[in-house]
Design a protein around this ligand. Sequence first.
Ligand SMILES: [Fe+2]
Ligand SMILES: [Fe+2]
Length: 250
Amino acid sequence: MKTRSKKDLLQTFITIICDNYTTREDLEVSWGFSCLINYGGKNILFDTGSDSIVLSNNMARLGIDPASIDMLMISHQHWDHTGGIYYILNARRGVQVCVPKSFSVNFRKDMKRYGVELIEIDKAQEIFPGFYSTGDLEGPVREQAALLQTPSGTIVITGCAHPGIVKIVETAKKILPDDELALVMGGFHLFDDEDEDVFKIIARFKKMDVRYAAASHCSGENARKLFAREYGNHFIALGVGSAITLESIK
Ligand SMILES: [Fe+2]
Ligand SMILES: [Fe+2]
């Protein structure tokens, strides 16, 4: 795979818009996840949190115009990831919407009513240069994750990681085998896991040379604590308002 240039590197920037945690008092916290990815000159909104009110308030306070979104990428069909979608569809008619192929027929029909350009993901796919979907991965709930190729390595962004966070990272490694894993961020879905299981997952992360970990949303308080302990200053305590630059994950 072709590695992106230094110029593209500087443009890569991720902002957390909805999350169970926050880094700023003026931003609203809610159960759910959404982040804005500026990559290759495009604005990609990955998931939309649980509702339009929180999404729109936080976007306004972060200075993000909903009409500037080029593509919506939805990880999986759960309310806390799809809840704010109509706020964007209303502000940005004809936006591209990228969803796993397993989304319900009614959901897809509804998207078409808004005149969106629907991209349905089955297998792993490069959606535009350097930006990938892992494919519609099997799990208790089917889900896709986003992969961003950067000169510092791959960034993996997950919604809830229902297919398993390790499986998602392994898939990223298969898709981009020559690239290092710079950062895995988002919901890891470990809130019911015992310490022992979380330690096994952290060990797998380390074996795959995941450089930075940013467990948030549904990762669970305990998993966040254990990741923070094991990753030290390579753990990023994500929350609404967090901004990831490639500088911060060198
Ligand atoms: Fe979730
Ligand atoms: Fe979920």
